[in-house]
Design a protein around this ligand. Sequence first.
Ligand SMILES: Cc1cc2nc3c(=O)[nH]c(=O)nc-3n(C[C@H](O)[C@H](O)[C@H](O)COP(=O)(O)OP(=O)(O)OC[C@H]3O[C@@H](n4cnc5c(N)ncnc54)[C@H](O)[C@@H]3O)c2cc1C
Length: 259
Amino acid sequence: MKNGLVKARRVVDLSQLPELKVIERLSDGGLRVGACVSARMLELAQPVREGFTSLAESASVVGSLQIRHLATLGGNLANAAPSADMAPPLLALDAEFLIAGPRGQRRVPATDFFQGVRLTQLAADEVLVEIIIPAPGPGSGGTYVRHTPRRELDIAVVGVASQLTIAEGKCVKARIALAAVAPVPLRARQAEARLEGEAVTPALVEEAAQLAVEASRPISDQRGSAEFRRHLVRVLTRRTLTTALERASGLSAARNGAH
Ligand SMILES: Cc1cc2nc3c(=O)[nH]c(=O)nc-3n(C[C@H](O)[C@H](O)[C@H](O)COP(=O)(O)OP(=O)(O)OC[C@H]3O[C@@H](n4cnc5c(N)ncnc54)[C@H](O)[C@@H]3O)c2cc1C
């Protein structure tokens, strides 16, 4: 609309619907987040920071403080920019998106929601209502890190979210999600599979980082070459896996801990 490409007959403002502003911890430890929750609310909300750290971290790097007060989670996802910061943690946390429209409601896994650059599963008459995230459970830790040339008001050249669940010294579940290295945010499934069932050593992290590089399909643009992006995937995968492991291990002894 701003660029004059779309001439809307009506504009619908969702921002005052209380149903779309919920942040609720579910009885099973999961989380519901309404599509109109702002990045700032996500960044500060205790239930998000405590159990779903990577999502709070991703919200905390969006734009500037002013932008974070306005930018909603739903807008960030429906916008479907390949660099959207709040998407990778949701892929890594196995989130589902609740969509509503005249034909009723449906739930779509985060991995299937994105269809291409600025393309999603949303039909023109549908809205994204909320995001449902299952409990990561005890012994789980995650983080999101992105690289930008400038600290603020810049979009990710590469973003990586990792989530690991550790039990009895072995990785029982691994999730690695990448942003800005393909038309859609994607999971590095072979890297995940390499980690599962194993004790996560620095050598294994290195192998997983290499597999994540192979999963990426970056382009060269004014923000960075494909080669630079592949280098960043390796570095950020290594870094996020190391932090995820520390968080998962630190909490594995805690009774209800999840990070
Ligand atoms: C200066 C600046 C810096 C930024 N920096 C970053 C950054 O660092 N990282 C990052 O990821 N993003 C960044 N962004 C993008 C920003 O995250 C998104 O623009 C913002 O999240 C969009 O949220 P919104 O509520 O304003 O959505 P809107 O702009 O209102 O909507 C975006 C699109 O999504 C649709 N939409 C919105 N909500 C819904 C819904 N519930 N259901 C269906 N469709 C919906 C709208 O119709 C529209 O097409 C930046 C933007 C600006 C302006």
